[in-house]
Design a protein around this ligand. Structure first.
Ligand code: GLC
Length: 441
């Protein structure tokens, strides 16, 4: 099929016409109440921890090492047989996530290298059967996440550099020494089988985070069937596709890679923002998978800035860590996560459960809102006066979230001006709380 999205849309429209559930304006999709509620919970969460972890972690050179160094599949298979993360401790990971204030974890169940980090009957090329480790880390994580009340999403790569049936090949994975033939339908069946395992063997999960479709943009990915399978197996699980296009039927979140919604500095993303929940994924240094020499860690100050700007853009921040091959998380990453958690313990009210505020994102900062409270996040502004356009209500009280100190507000037809208290220049975010009532009261 040359144009999968047109066919998908046609199928969804036909289904939608016969369904009592209201139509999503963007994807022409009928979304059942369980999933609508899950989308709202997801929007409330605001902060997630991305985990890139797999055989590639052994080489300390990022998750694309197989492709970049043209490692043949058989050599990589040997490498996989040595994977033994003896220090992996699901409790410690989830406790770290918890101390960071994240509300969900998204972990690589299978990355482009094609190695399954979970027990699967679809291939022996998985962590339980292929490695001396023999444990299923996703199972341990799922149990621990349940215990510590964190949602768990599985990253799942549609692109595969190892599977012989990933054929015809796409833009990548050309140099791994696979036979020049394969059965695409069998590959799609293989993926559906694995997804069935992920959706039935790990309790209720947050959803599936897909990646890699961009490797074969014109292929028939049979998305309608796969998405329907997911939604049937777990009606509250969300589909988060990193295909860099505008959303398709069956999808729940529009995710942006290394960019805030609508921006495209990384060169991957569409600039079009739709009506679905939004997410921004971000590396803490410059690598997703563990990189031994990447020292470009963003500062805590910068990371808080990303989190706040994401919230002001009505998006979640999915912040990545790349654990080491022994199963530990680098102290540089762990420290930053804990610092973010300390900040959120004080300022979380202005982030969790909010939506993008009445003033669109500005160079000086952003606004968020919950009910009649508007939070003004002053990120990059040193003058004592800050003017805002009208915020759609009258301000009855204004104070600094950090100290409770009152903030002067002058209102006029053209907006309002805040008199910010002096000091705090080294604070990553000065949060002003505005309590508002509708204009006519
Ligand atoms: C890109 C990369 C992949 C990474 C993902 C995370 O799609 O190919 O390695 O997992 O971004 O957003």
């Amino acid at each position: 099929m040359k144009n999968p999205s047109a066919a998908l849309l046609a199928g969804a429209l036909a289904w939608a016409a016969a369904s009592p559930i209201p139509l999503d304006a963007q994807t022409a999709d009928r979304v059942p109440p369980e999933r609508l509620a899950a989308r709202e919970r997801y929007r409330d969460a605001k902060f997630g921890m991305f985990v890139h972890w797999g055989v590639y972690s052994l080489l300390g050179d990022g998750e694309w090492v197989m492709e970049r160094r043209a490692i043949p599949a058989d050599a990589y298979e040997w490498l996989a047989s040595t994977f033994d993360p003896v220090k992996f401790d699901a409790h410690a990971w989830v406790a770290l996530a918890k101390s960071a204030g994240v509300r969900y974890i998204t972990i690589t169940a299978r990355h482009h290298d094609g190695f399954s980090m979970f027990a699967t009957s679809a291939t022996p090329y998985n962590i339980v059967e292929w490695t001396p480790f023999k444990r299923d880390p996703l199972k341990e994580l799922a149990e621990e996440c349940r215990r510590q009340d964190i949602a768990l999403f599985f990253y799942y790569s549609q692109l595969d550099w190892h599977h012989p049936d990933y054929w015809p090949r796409g833009r990548t994975g050309q140099a791994t020494g696979r036979p020049q033939s394969g059965d695409w339908t069998r590959y799609l069946d293989f993926m559906d089988r694995q997804l069935t395992e992920l959706l039935t063997g790990y309790g209720p999960i947050g959803g599936i985070w897909f990646d890699g479709m961009w490797d074969k943009p014109d292929a028939d990915w049979r998305l309608a069937q796969t998405y329907a399978l997911i939604h049937r197996l777990q009606p509250a699980a969300l589909v988060v596709p990193n295909h860099h296009r505008t959303p398709l039927p069956g999808e729940d979140v529009q995710t942006f890679e290394q960019d805030l919604p609508g921006a495209n500095t990384a060169g991957f993303n569409t600039r079009e923002i739709g009506s679905l929940a939004l997410e921004t994924s971000l590396t803490m240094n410059r690598s997703w998978g563990f990189n031994l020499t990447d020292r470009h860690f963003k500062s805590v100050h910068e990371l808080i800035g990303y989190l706040v700007r994401a919230a002001g853009n009505d998006a979640n921040l999915l912040l990545n860590v790349g654990p080491r091959p022994d199963g530990t998380i680098q102290p540089e990453a762990a420290d930053r996560l804990r610092e973010l958690g300390r900040w959120l313990a004080r300022f979380g009210d202005s982030i969790y459960g909010t939506r993008g505020g009445p003033v669109p994102p500005r160079p000086w900062g952003v606004t968020t809102r919950r009910g009649d409270i508007v939070y003004v996040h002053v990120l990059d502004w040193t003058d004592p006066l800050l003017s805002l356009p009208p915020i759609g209500g009258r301000v009855t009280d204004a104070w600094m979230l950090a100290t409770g100190e009152w903030v002067g507000v002058t209102e006029s037809e053209s907006g309002l001006t805040l008199s910010l208290p002096p000091g705090g220049d080294d604070e990553p975010d000065r949060v002003v709380v505005l309590k508002t009532v509708p204009r006519d009261r």
